[in-house]
Design a protein. Structure first.
Length: 194
């Protein structure tokens, strides 16, 4: 299986390290001067999904408080939903975030739109980062900084696992969840770092 969903225990699964991806997103925003970070698409804090857990750990790593009002869930993985949630956040929060972690690039597209419609400049007033580095991320305005999976490695590792399953080669404990490399792709939506 591929992707960042929960699968049955024991099902071979290839993905990126979403916990590290969340921490990486926070580190980058903090390095650019952000201190009041929101997460759009955050999961339930009682049982946070890996990207949300990484965001929380990233805040702790930098001594930043968790501000529950800045953690917003979504009902769908769409730009429209990201826009709706950020509109609500900016309408009711008198102290807007200076950095936003969007759970996916699709959600980030709506985040960018809502932020700009409120007269805030990206990245000067609010820096925005997404996940997945979809091809359209380069064409958003401004272009979107994103945490990128190494898609070639995801595919190669998945094919290798599938080949081993088909040939009935035993899989070890390390083969149940395989992490492909990831990297930060910096574009215009975040501030330069030293």
């Amino acid at each position: 299986m591929l992707g960042n969903r929960a699968f049955d225990p024991g099902t071979p699964h290839v993905d990126i390290d979403n916990l590290e991806a969340g921490r990486m997103a926070v580190r980058h925003l903090v390095a650019g001067g952000c201190r009041r970070l929101a997460m759009i698409g955050a999961s339930d804090l009682q049982a946070p999904a890996p990207r949300t857990q990484g965001y929380l750990e990233g805040l702790a790593e930098h001594g930043l408080p968790v501000r529950p009002e800045l953690l917003r869930g979504i009902t769908r993985n769409t730009g429209d939903e990201g826009e709706r949630v950020v509109e609500e956040l900016l309408r009711h929060d008198t102290d807007p975030p200076d950095g936003i972690v969007a759970i996916t690039d699709w959600v980030a597209q709506g985040v960018l739109r809502a932020v700009q419609r409120h007269g805030l400049r990206v990245p000067d007033d609010v820096a925005v980062i997404g996940f997945d580095d979809i091809p359209y991320a380069r064409t958003f305005y401004p272009s979107l900084t994103s945490i990128a999976p190494d898609r070639h490695q995801v595919a190669a590792q998945a094919v290798s696992l599938l080949d081993r399953l088909v040939s009935r080669t035993p899989l070890g404990a390390d083969d149940v969840q395989v992490h492909a490399p990831l990297r930060l792709v910096v574009r215009e939506s975040t501030r330069p770092t030293a």
